[in-house]
Design a protein around this ligand. Structure first.
Ligand code: GCV
Length: 716
């Protein structure tokens, strides 16, 4: 008897721990774990039943989600009702609710706009209810997800009065996915789109992908790489794209495609792709009509033209505006848009790379059709760990400009490093361009309020892939989440978003929340410190962009590290002041002066804008050399601290997730040390100054670190 009961308890314990744990990250932030006390008791009193007024597949999804979420969070205490009762959560279009609610909330619903929602505590026939309403079906779906988020994060729901609407219209992921299943700069396996088995066979992940995006308000997906394969526009692929579009549609997600500018030649049999050539214009018009015959709500095109070897209008002596407008004209009758990238630079142009995009686009301001958005990376070079904001922001007042953030961590340790990107996104969004005086933030440029643009957008280069946990690193999920949250509301703080994500993903245990939040909030600065402190940039290994490479000197000049750090016996840094390339002159005053003047240029942008002697006296009173070393060492120490903090969570979170992150941070420590040792020893060749005494010296020579293979540093 005794042994049986022991066996039973073991089995029970195993089952219990299995159901409690065994998290592989697939569920993302949508796990709907049981709420902790005391909120659970409160929620059970406040939420007695659910009622969704349906009528579309989107509302079916909203209903399923609401049931799934509430059942999980309240652990089963819920039922559906046909009539409103005390404690009903009622979701439905505003027009369907007017007769049920005692108070008129038509003003609120106006504010919610096309995609927004209202969540409010209301009375119906004297009964207390919670209403989730909107003007559109997708608005209700967003409202349901938001309501569930309130529960997942333990918020008080007794007196709700929320009106929420997105700050920008186009909230889109850019997948750099190739048709062979690989992903350019992807670190989470292969493409989610299985082009071979489409259109005949679909994968449940397509739906889960759409659901995850809808949960954070993302409403668009550019399916393929900006280095586009023209085959994407052939009927064979359009049939496949149609299947994805049909799956995404009820989740409010529109499909967009990247196109190759030379497609009329590549797949159309024309001899030219000149945008002013009538046959070319006709070809695009027909092609666009064909696309819409498959996908009636197709979003439009994303274009990388005359950039890094991609063809574009300049091949035919035409401008970016002429190229973009030709496509815009073809898309206009169907309501489609063009997202034209400003990521253009040319090694043969004798100008600082950081200045080239604005030089190219400034004269074109006002020439673009009204369904064109210029898509601009956050900084003027290329998604570096830290860049000042791109000078295009604020400088094209007549043109809608959308943000391009990178969610995939091409330059930030890929899927090895824990690096929470919201602080980086916020740094740029909150930056003041002074385009129209104080308060002209990048956020206001993007959301259209600065110049009164209607068409607005934010793109994020996706970090998703076929890995079971979607993003390679578990914390990569937080960056996907943060991107969506900020595209919806750029006024949220990084801390708030981290708080939400942690509670939704891990747990609301205060120790877990505080510890992980600290790790996340410190993580980006750690990465900057051990990779590119004090404004250094583009000193990573060639091609892979993962490990250090301050020595990279071969190939085209603007792809070397030397071009950017300019270290010599005198000092280090890129002089972009009026005595140098005068990139500072592209910013509005007083930003231009702030960056150009050593008294006002802050340390984080110092070497981005200035070439300074090794013994330059920093604000701290230390020499530039000492300060540089201290930053590199602080970066590594920061990661070690992060490691200790994470390890202190042992037993408090799911063991599988705990071990996974623990292993990644172990790899990150080694990677950070490699960066630090390489950079300090490399730059020491020029400074000829000793590493400050209190710092532990690298154990090996520069040559040793230079020969290491980056693959050995990738977390397995
Ligand atoms: C898709 C960087 C990346 C490229 C990328 C390019 C771009 O240069 O390294 O892989 O190409 O940016 O944004 O177009």
């Amino acid at each position: 008897m005794k042994s049986k009961s022991t066996l039973e308890s073991i089995i029970f314990l195993l089952l219990f721990s299995f159901s409690l744990y065994a998290e592989d990250g697939y569920k993302l932030w949508l796990d709907y774990k049981k709420a902790p006390e005391p909120v659970l008791t409160q929620y059970r009193q406040q939420i007695k039943n659910l009622m969704v007024i349906k009528g579309s597949s989107t509302l079916d999804i909203a209903e399923n989600e609401l049931f799934k979420g509430v059942t999980g969070i309240l652990e089963g205490h819920i039922s559906a009702v046909q009539n409103v009762e005390e404690g009903t959560v009622l979701a439905g279009k505003f027009t369907d609710l007017q007769n049920v609610i005692e108070n008129d909330f038509s003003d609120k619903i106006k504010l919610a706009g096309e995609e927004g929602f209202v969540i409010s505590s209301e009375q119906s026939d004297g009964k207390n209810i919670t209403v989730i309403s909107a003007n559109s079906d997708v608005g209700i779906l967003y409202g349901v997800f938001h309501f569930l988020q309130l529960l997942q994060t333990g918020k008080d729901i007794s007196n709700l009065d929320i009106v929420s609407s997105p700050k920008v219209k186009i909230r889109v992921l850019n997948h750099w996915d190739n048709l062979d299943g690989s992903i350019e700069r992807g670190y989470a396996g292969n493409s989610l789109w299985d082009w071979e088995s489409l259109p005949g066979k679909t994968d449940p992940r397509y739906t889960d992908y759409a659901r995850a995006n809808a949960s954070i308000g993302i409403n668009g997906s550019v399916l393929n790489n900006v280095n586009a394969n023209p085959a994407m526009l052939t009927p064979e692929y359009l049939e496949k794209v149609k299947v994805l579009a049909d799956i995404f549609r009820p989740y409010g997600i529109k499909v967009f495609l990247s196109i190759k500018f030379s497609s009329p030649v590549n797949i159309g049999g024309l001899e030219t792709a000149d945008p002013l050539e009538p046959t070319v214009q006709e070809w695009w018009k027909n092609k666009v009509r064909e696309v819409y015959s498959y996908i009636p709500d197709f979003g439009g095109f994303l274009v990388k033209a005359n950039s890094e070897g991609q063809p574009g209008p300049q091949n035919y002596g035409r401008t970016h505006a002429e190229g973009a407008n030709m496509l815009a004209d073809a898309l206009k009758p169907f309501g489609g848009i063009v997202m034209w990238r400003a990521f253009v630079y040319d090694n043969n142009v004798p100008e600082d790379r950081a200045k080239q995009a604005l030089n190219e686009f400034k004269p074109l301001d006002g020439q673009f059709r009204d369904n064109v958005l210029i898509q601009v990376k956050n900084g003027p070079i290329d998604f570096q760990p830290r860049e000042p904001f791109h000078p295009i922001f604020g400088n094209l007042p007549k043109t809608p400009v959308m943000m391009e953030f990178q969610i995939t961590q091409e330059y930030l340790g890929q899927s090895t490093d824990l690096c929470y990107l919201a602080p980086m996104y916020k740094e740029v969004l909150d930056a003041d361009t002074y385009a129209k005086g104080k308060g002209s933030t990048v956020a206001k440029v993007i959301d259209g309020t600065l110049e009164g643009h209607e068409l607005t957008g934010m793109a994020g280069v996706a970090n998703t892939g076929s890995d079971r946990n979607w993003t390679g690193h578990l914390f990569g999920q937080s960056n996907w989440f943060a991107f969506g949250r900020l595209a919806w509301n750029d006024q949220l703080s990084s801390e708030e978003i981290a708080d939400e994500w942690i509670k939704m993903t891990f747990s609301s245990d205060p120790k877990v929340v505080t510890t992980i939040k600290k790790i996340m909030m410190d993580s980006r600065e750690n990465s900057v410190n051990y990779m590119t402190p004090l404004g250094l940039h583009h000193i990573m290994g060639m091609s892979h962009h993962f490990g250090p490479g301050p020595w990279v000197s071969r190939g085209r000049a603007d792809w070397t590290s030397l071009y950017y750090h300019r270290a010599d016996s005198f000092g280090i840094g890129f002089d972009r002041t009026p005595t140098g390339s005068n990139a500072t002159g592209q910013y509005f005053k007083p930003v231009a002066d702030k960056f150009a003047n050593l008294k006002t240029c802050t340390d984080e942008y110092l070497l981005w804008f200035h070439h300074l002697p090794w013994n330059y006296k920093m604000r701290s009173g230390k020499t530039l050399w000492d300060e540089l070393c201290l930053h590199y060492y602080a970066g590594v120490e920061g990661v070690k601290k992060m490691q200790a903090e994470w390890n202190s969570l042992h037993g408090r979170i799911d063991p599988e997730e705990f071990e996974f992150v623990k292993n990644r941070i172990e790899a990150q420590v080694k990677l950070a040390e490699w960066w630090r040792n390489s950079c300090v020893l490399y730059f020491q060749q020029f400074s000829k100054m000793p590493i400050p005494e209190e710092l532990e010296k690298p154990t090996e020579s520069l040559q040793y670190y230079q020969k290491l293979n980056y693959r050995d540093f990738e977390a397995k």
